[in-house]
Design a protein around this ligand. Structure first.
Ligand SMILES: Nc1ncnc2c1ncn2[C@@H]1O[C@H](COP(=O)(O)OP(=O)(O)O)[C@@H](O)[C@H]1O
Ligand SMILES: N[C@@H](CCC(=O)OP(=O)(O)O)C(=O)O
Length: 414
């Protein structure tokens, strides 16, 4: 996947299946890059699309494409672009109006990308994703196949969340993490996050004395960094979601750069701008990353101690006999959290039965289930291939890297 030359500057991936970019200088020769741009970098304060900035971004992307890099653009800005045409002066709070604004704005946004890219002979393809679409085996393969084909045909895919149909429950909500997962989905060499701020600073950029952080080599480098929310009025997550995205990507072996959209060209050429996040982990299986980071659990299964040990330490599937209680309303195939006796989520998986069926299964052996309930009830509750362990810091709901990138995950699935 990497262009010739990248290997020289790349460190070997421990998994051995893809090279990792060692530093900024390797970026210019990267084979495949996902670029994410935030709303504040594309729209005017009043909400309309800022044509000059959008064209400058497209020019920077075209330069990379012409140099041989395949680029996927994850673009925010649909909601912001839809405000003006709908007579709205600020980002609406309610979901339905956000959906309406996104519906109007997304079309306008892609039309501008299409014409800006066409000026260079580059074709744009729109890809709208929901989190729910891509945690399911068939659908994530479908998204992967579509992106792969678009790139193979020399198209610039422009990805956004499908805000118009994403309900509160299945909504991803921020494109920084979405971009990190897309980078993983397409096996990108690097993720470039473009914003209205030119780098990560050790404190709020507006505060006198805050210093640019040029390199983050490990999470320890972030210990003294103070991060805040968005100050633009149109952005969503501020620096917090960018650091989450960088953690997801680097934890999966993907180098990440945070820079200003105004310096997109320099950032993509590997010049010393912005903040470089060194890849730390190795690539987990694609769907597992989505399951840990994109899926909203629809229920909780309380496991006894033996079942926790089997799932977490031995990598076993979850059998109904090890579950003592069920909570929530879900269908077969939905994501649920598997909790230990103190209520901490230790794993997340796709459940094979609905919440209406589970109570009848609990505590019963396979033979007892078949005898009492009939054929088909010998399935496990959650198969080990549909399961990802959650690291301790994620327990209680905080975002974190999935254990899929660690040795523990390998133990849990083999
Ligand atoms: N430590 C920090 N370093 C840099 N920016 C920060 C920091 N803490 C908070 N921010 C804010 O994060 C903002 C970028 O986030 P956001 O507005 O969501 O951007 P986007 O629309 O590009 O996704 C910056 O404009 C800045 O005000
Ligand atoms: N999907 C939304 C953007 C969500 C989002 O993450 O926004 P931003 O913080 O500006 O990257 C939209 O297109 O308006």
């Amino acid at each position: 996947m990497s262009a010739a030359g990248a290997d020289a500057a790349a460190g070997a991936d421990a998994a051995g299946d893809r090279p990792r970019l060692a530093d900024r200088s390797a970026l210019a020769a990267a084979g495949r890059v996902v670029v994410k741009v935030g709303s504040s970098s594309l729209t005017q304060p009043s909400g309309g699309i800022d044509d000059a900035r959008l064209i400058a971004l497209v020019n920077a992307l075209v330069e990379r494409v012409q140099a041989g890099t395949q680029v996927v653009l994850v673009s925010s800005g649909a909601i912001a672009a839809g405000l003006g045409p709908l007579g709205l002066s600020r980002r609406p709070r309610d979901l339905a109006t956000q959906q309406a604004a996104a519906s109007v704005g997304q079309g306008l946004l892609v039309a501008r990308y299409t014409s800006a890219a066409a000026a260079h002979g580059l074709t744009v393809g729109q890809v709208l994703l929901t989190a729910d679409d891509v945690i399911r085996r068939t659908q994530y393969r479908n998204a992967q196949r579509a992106l792969e084909r678009l790139l193979g045909m020399g198209v610039l895919p422009v990805v956004n969340e499908n805000d118009t149909v994403a309900t509160a429950e299945i909504r991803f909500g921020d494109n920084d993490r979405l971009a990190a997962l897309v980078a993983h989905l397409v096996h990108a060499d690097a993720l470039v996050l473009l914003s209205d701020v030119d780098a990560l600073y050790d404190g709020p950029p507006s505060r006198a004395g805050s210093q640019r952080v040029p390199v983050v080599a490990s999470p320890a480098d972030l210990e003294d960094v103070v991060v805040g929310g968005s100050s633009s009025g149109v952005g969503t997550g501020g620096m917090t979601t960018k650091l989450d995205a960088a953690a997801i990507a680097t934890g999966a072996g993907i180098a990440t750069v945070l820079a200003s959209a105004a310096q997109a060209g320099e950032a993509l050429r590997g010049e010393d701008v912005g903040t470089w996040f060194t890849p730390t982990g190795t690539r987990p299986r694609t769907r597992m990353l989505w399951l840990a980071h994109a899926a909203s659990p629809q229920g909780r299964l309380a496991l006894d101690a033996g079942a926790v040990a089997a799932v977490v330490r031995r990598g076993a599937s979850l059998l109904p006999a090890g579950v003592v209680a069920v909570d929530g309303t879900f269908e077969a195939g939905d994501p649920v959290d598997l909790c230990d006796e103190s209520g901490h989520a230790v794993a997340r998986g796709l459940v094979n039965y609905s919440s209406a069926e589970v109570p009848d299964l609990l505590g019963r052996s396979t033979r007892e289930r078949l005898d009492a309930l009939g054929p088909g009830y010998d399935r496990v509750l959650v198969h080990r291939d549909d399961l990802v362990l959650l690291p301790r810091r994620r327990q209680g709901g905080a975002a974190g890297a999935p254990a899929a990138s660690s040795g523990r995950r390998a133990a849990a699935t083999t």
